[in-house]
Design a protein around this ligand. Structure first.
Ligand SMILES: NC(=O)c1ccc[n+]([C@@H]2O[C@H](COP(=O)([O-])OP(=O)(O)OC[C@H]3O[C@@H](n4cnc5c(N)ncnc54)[C@H](OP(=O)(O)O)[C@@H]3O)[C@@H](O)[C@H]2O)c1
Length: 261
């Protein structure tokens, strides 16, 4: 499969390019960066880095995007025009981005995941189950820590865990999320606490705080390769799918007999 990377000059781009170079079934054929990046015009991982989208889309079988939310709409337009599947790992997406994803998914296969690790995909399932089974008097709070350079807060992963908890309780996430608490906690709130510092790859804990006990569900990422490996798994899966908007849940939900031991 021929892959182009959008955001190839970034931290995730680096790990993805290394994994593609090591995979006999994958070839890196294009790399896109921002219009101000000093590496434009240079060769990286065997491809010329450019800020022009069209050639990267035209020549690839599939694209992987770990860049910035600001240009997601342009990336979707190119993917639709060239009829190419796209894996989107970029976080910080807003309602308008999700609407654009829904619209694009009527014509091309798209997979959007704020966290491409299997661990977070499983954690999200566990959170949904716990939220469904625990009484409403268990208060749900989500705590996350990331490295000092992270741009969005709370993380896309924390928000998706919050959405899983709200889904478990059949509540509207937008009505119960509390991003910047001031004053007393309201019943039913799903609160977020954010820490930034050092080089932490990602720590997420969902706490269910009751009167008699506290249940905590946690995940710690030990490196960034974890996310790159998940994105590559997603790409291998997405290439065979019909148009639609998919998540990592779809990738990891395949039957047990299809899994390599
Ligand atoms: N889904 C997941 O599991 C997961 C895991 C880790 C990170 N992420 C997300 O993935 C994104 C990238 O993370 P990162 O750690 O790799 O960040 P990063 O190191 O800042 O890399 C982002 C790269 O994208 C480039 N870029 C900016 N605008 C672009 C555009 N319009 N087209 C193409 N490239 C562009 C940047 O270039 P300049 O420096 O020149 O702007 C930079 O090289 C973030 O949104 C992050 O939160 C997701």
């Amino acid at each position: 499969m021929k892959i182009s990377l959008i955001g190839i000059t970034g931290k995730m781009g680096h790990h993805l390019a290394e994994l593609i170079a090591d995979a006999p079934d994958l070839t890196l054929i294009g790399g896109v960066t921002s219009s101000t990046n000093p590496q434009r015009g240079q060769k990286l991982y065997g491809v010329e880095i450019s800020d022009v989208l069209a050639p990267a889309f035209m020549n690839a079988d599939l694209l992987i995007d770990f860049s910035t939310p600001h240009t997601l709409t342009e990336h979707l337009e190119q993917a639709i025009y060239h009829k190419k599947p796209l894996v989107i790992g970029t976080t910080g997406l807003e309602t308008s981005h999700f609407e654009a994803l829904q619209a694009a998914a009527t014509t091309i296969p798209l997979l959007q995941a704020s966290n491409t690790s299997m661990g977070i995909t499983i954690l999200s399932n566990l959170v949904k189950i716990a939220a469904r089974q625990l009484d409403l008097d268990y208060d749900i709070e989500i705590v996350e820590t990331h490295h000092r350079q992270k741009r969005d807060a709370p993380s896309g992963t924390a928000l998706s865990l919050g959405k899983a908890a709200a889904l478990g309780r059949t509540l509207n996430f937008d009505e119960v999320k509390v991003m910047d608490r001031q004053g007393k906690r309201q019943a039913g709130d799903i609160g977020f606490a954010v820490m930034r510092g050092g080089s932490v790859f990602g720590e997420h804990t969902v706490r269910f705080l009751g009167d008699d006990d506290i249940i905590e569900l946690s995940h710690t990422s030990l490196n960034r390769q974890l996310f790159a490996k998940g994105a590559i798994q997603a790409a291998r899966w997405l290439i065979n799918q019909k148009p639609g908007l998919y998540t990592m849940q779809d990738v990891f939900d395949r039957p047990l007999e299809n899994r390599r031991l």
